[in-house]
Design a protein around this ligand. Structure first.
Ligand code: MF3
Ligand code: CO
Ligand code: CO
Length: 258
C-alpha cells in the first residue's frame, strides 16, 4: 500500500475532520477532574461525536480484539490505548485522551495530556517536554525533508531531557483510512526514510517515558504500560505537508494553539 497524496477536495475534508477532533478535545477538557471516571468521559465523547458532531467514534470495535470503547484514556504509567473504565481519576493523575472521529468517510485523530487536579512538577515537566518533542517533529515537516528528520527531532528533545522514546508505536498516515501508510517513527536519523511531498497527511504522536522505553501489553490485548511503571506522556496532531512547509490540522479552535 502506497502513501496517499490527498487531492484538494480531500484536504478540505481533512481540515474539517481535524477541526472536529480538536473541538471534541476542547469539549472534554472541562470534565477532567478528580472523581470522574474514564467511562464517564468516554460516554461524553461518544455522545458529542454522534449527537453534536454528526460523526462516529472510530475506535469503537476497531481492530482485533475489537476495541471496546469510543476513545483511549491513558493514565499515569499507561503509554497508550488505555481502555476507559469505572475507576475514578484522582488528584495528581496525568491523563492522555486520544479521540478519533469518523465522518463522511474521513478520519480526524488527535490527543492531548490533561492534569487531574494538582500534579507534581516532575509530571508537568514530562508533559511539557513531550509536547516540545511533538512540536520539534512537526517543525521538521516540509517537502524534501524525510521521515527520519521527524523522528530525529522528536528523539533529540526527549533524550536531551533524560527521557526515552517508545519505539513499538508510531504516527501514521490518515484520511479515508484510520491508519494509512506511512509509519511515522518518533526516533530516527536525519535524512533517512521516505521523502515528504505536498499533499501527504500523517500524525505525529510521540510517546515519551520518564524511565526506560520498554513496555508491556496487558491481557486485555490493548492497554500498553511502561515495563518499569514510570510515567508516560503523549500528544498527537495531524500534519499536512504543504508546498512551503506544513499545516497542523488539529489546532484547538478554542485557544488557537497546537
Ligand atoms: N487513536 C490512536 C492513534 O493515535 C489509535 C487508537 S486505536 C484504538 O493512532 F482502537 F485503540 F482506538
Ligand atoms: Co490518536
Ligand atoms: Co493516531
Amino acid at each position: 500500500m502506497a502513501v496517499v497524496i490527498k487531492t484538494a477536495e480531500e484536504i478540505e475534508k481533512m481540515r474539517e475532520l481535524g477541526r472536529l477532533a480538536a473541538e471534541a478535545l476542547d469539549y472534554i477538557g472541562q470534565f477532567v477532574k478528580p472523581g470522574i471516571t474514564t467511562n464517564e468521559l468516554d460516554r461524553l465523547i461518544y455522545t458529542y461525536h454522534t449527537e453534536v458532531q454528526g460523526g462516529s467514534p472510530a475506535p469503537l470495535n476497531y481492530g482485533n480484539p475489537p476495541y471496546p470503547k469510543s476513545c483511549c484514556t491513558s493514565v499515569n504509567h499507561v503509554i497508550c490505548h488505555g481502555i476507559p473504565d469505572d475507576k475514578p481519576l484522582k488528584n495528581g493523575d496525568i491523563l492522555n485522551i486520544d479521540i478519533t472521529i469518523k465522518k463522511d468517510g474521513f478520519h480526524g485523530d488527535s490527543s492531548r495530556m490533561f492534569a487531574v487536579g494538582k500534579i507534581s512538577p516532575q509530571a508537568q515537566r514530562l508533559i511539557d517536554i513531550t509536547h516540545q518533542a511533538m512540536m520539534a517533529g512537526i517543525a521538521a515537516v516540509k517537502p524534501g525533508a524525510t521521515l527520519g528528520d521527524i523522528g530525529y527531532a522528536c528523539q533529540q528533545v526527549a533524550e536531551n531531557a533524560g527521557y526515552s522514546v517508545v519505539q513499538e508505536f508510531c504516527g501514521h498516515g490518515i484520511g479515508r483510512g484510520f491508519h494509512e501508510e506511512p509509519q511515522v517513527l518518533h526516533y530516527g536519523r536525519k535524512g533517512q526514510g521516505l521523502v515528504l511531498q505536498p499533499g501527504m497527511i500523517f500524525t505525529i504522536e510521540p510517546m515519551i517515558n520518564q524511565g526506560k522505553r520498554h513496555l508491556r501489553i496487558l491481557a486485555d490485548g490493548w492497554t500498553v504500560v511502561t515495563k518499569d511503571r514510570s510515567l508516560s506522556a503523549q500528544w498527537e496532531h495531524e500534519v499536512l505537508v504543504t508546498e512551503t512547509g506544513r499545516e497542523i490540522l488539529t489546532v484547538s479552535p478554542k485557544t488557537g494553539k497546537p
